[in-house]
Design a protein around this ligand. Structure first.
Ligand SMILES: [Ca+2]
Ligand SMILES: [Ca+2]
Ligand SMILES: [Ca+2]
Ligand SMILES: [Ca+2]
Length: 498
């Protein structure tokens, strides 16, 4: 708004040259005091009048009041690059004004003051006393203040303080002239041109700060460009029907960093889309490498009162080496079964699609602690990449049965006796975990964009024609198997609840 307005104000604001010097002039003739605010002037206890009895010159003048005890009003200029000369104005004390004192100050720019840029180191420029005088009719007087040679080129504002004495009286002000060039940027909170405002003082200017009013947060850092899809097969270590829809969810992870680059919050958005399962499954995420003690608290989990999980006071699951959240312990907490004998939720097109409950889980990171005895590094973005993202399914309320992405390690709660049984080929070699004996096929998929999933009992190879080639080559061929490229998908086998 300010920007648009300013374009036309630039035309209206007069800049005048007297000889060598340039002057910023305010004669009130824009006619609306709000437009002056928009152009970075400040007025306190002033109005703009067009009542001819109180207009000094032109159609408009600024007007303030007086009182017996003295009535205070102020005018503050925009930022100005000063030139040598005089701050000058017309002052009209109307009938009854005993005395009007005008004090002028120079406010230098202070880049350290990110709130408004004004230095507290005012410079007093002088003082004028005008009065109505018993004989004079309402006569306009000049008040001027010297801008010395050594102030030339300085960036600052002029602050005028008026104290008007007289019972119920009025004082007019017009034709304020200040030697120098207009230097405010109305599109940047009226900061000087080229100087940026940093409202919360965290060292990141407002324009670049995703949290301009929160000094503890500065940037959003998304793990993926838009939502990504996770799909699970829950009969591990058996192969199962391979429809990968026993749990389907979309997720988005935002790692919020402060100005120093430390992660302060992890925001995990989860949209449950389908649960084509007879089992009551749960879903968790381990942040590999992040110690549970580094988490201050976790909010937004959907946990049943009779949960099989135990939790630490900060909300993480108890007993893990790495920080682990249980987003929901039962899929029914976030997706409602349609009833009517449907197998699962949102995998049978004959039943109405249910909308899943969106979860926003916030994991607050404890600030790094640096004392004389210990020095703890902050958690950086590089500590929270896809490498550290270890989501998993907890199968049918059995804590020991976890299904992870291929090559990811289980949590401390896993029942190790299941590894290497049935189709599972998990061995001592980390990369072999959660890969099948046949062609290394996985039980969980993480696709960094949101994709459709399979109708109940349709193998993923029926919906995604390149899937098998991708999986059987260990990901070498068709790394883009999930894309909607020509010949890649068979729509008949796919559903897309969101
Ligand atoms: Ca005027
Ligand atoms: Ca900031
Ligand atoms: Ca901030
Ligand atoms: Ca299945």
């Amino acid at each position: 708004m300010r920007k648009i307005l300013f374009c036309y104000l630039l035309v209206l604001l007069s800049f005048q040259s007297f000889g060598k010097s340039e002057y910023l002039v305010n004669d009130g003739e824009i006619g609306n005091i709000n437009d002056y605010y928009s152009a970075c002037w400040d007025f306190y206890n002033f109005s703009l009048t067009d009542k001819s009895d109180y207009v000094t010159e032109g159609k408009y003048s600024f007007l303030t009041k007086g009182s017996k005890e003295g009535y205070r009003s102020d005018i503050k200029s925009p930022w100005i690059k000063f030139e040598h000369g005089k701050v000058d104005m017309d002052v009209t004390p109307y009938s009854g004004v005993d005395e009007a004192k005008i004090y002028a100050f120079f406010i230098p720019f202070d880049a350290e003051n990110k709130k408004n840029g004004e230095s507290s180191d005012y410079e007093y420029l002088g003082y004028h006393n005008v009065n109505h005088g018993s004989k004079n009719k309402d006569k306009t007087k000049k008040a001027d203040f010297n801008i010395s040679k050594d102030m030339e080129g300085e960036l600052g504002k002029i602050h005028l303080v008026f104290v008007v004495y007289g019972d119920d009286v009025l004082l007019g002000v017009d034709n304020i002239e200040i030697p120098g060039a207009y230097y405010s940027d109305p599109s940047s909170n009226c900061f000087p041109k080229g100087e940026k405002k940093d409202s919360d003082g965290d060292g990141v200017v407002d324009d670049e700060d995703d949290y301009p009013d929160d000094k503890y947060k500065a940037y959003n850092n998304y793990l993926t460009q838009g939502p990504a899809t996770l799909m699970f097969e829950d009969l591990w270590p058996a192969k199962g029907d391979y429809d990968f829809n026993d749990l389907v969810l979309d997720y988005e992870i935002n790692r919020v960093t402060d100005a120093g680059g430390d992660v302060v919050e992890v925001l995990i958005d989860i949209l449950p889309r389908a649960a084509g399962a007879g089992y009551s499954n749960g879903f968790g995420i381990e942040f590999t490498g992040i110690s549970p003690s580094r988490i201050d608290k976790v909010e937004g989990l959907k946990i049943s009162s009779n949960s099989i999980h135990e939790f630490m006071s900060n909300g993480l699951e108890e007993g893990n080496e790495h920080a682990t959240i249980i987003a929901f312990d039962k899929v029914n907490n976030v997706l409602t079964h349609p009833g009517g004998g449907a197998v699962g939720i949102n995998t049978d097109p004959k039943f109405p699609l249910q909308s899943g409950e969106k979860l926003r889980i916030t994991m607050y990171i404890r600030p790094a602690i640096v004392t004389t005895r210990t020095s703890e590094e902050g958690i950086k973005l590089s500590d929270l990449t896809m490498e550290n993202f270890n989501p998993f399914l907890i199968v049918n309320q059995k804590r020991g049965i976890e299904v992870h992405l291929p090559g990811k390690m289980p949590t401390a709660h896993v029942d190790k006796s299941l590894f290497g049984t049935k189709e599972d080929n998990s061995t001592g070699d980390e990369d072999a975990f959660y890969r099948g004996k046949e062609s290394g096929l996985p039980w969980a998929l993480n696709v960094t964009e949101s994709i459709p999933y399979l109708i109940n009992k349709e193998s993923i190879t029926k919906g995604y024609n390149m899937f098998y080639k991708w999986a059987a080559t260990g990901g070498k061929d068709y790394p883009d198997w999930y894309k909607d490229n020509n010949g890649y998908r068979s729509g008949k086998a796919l559903l897309n609840a969101k």
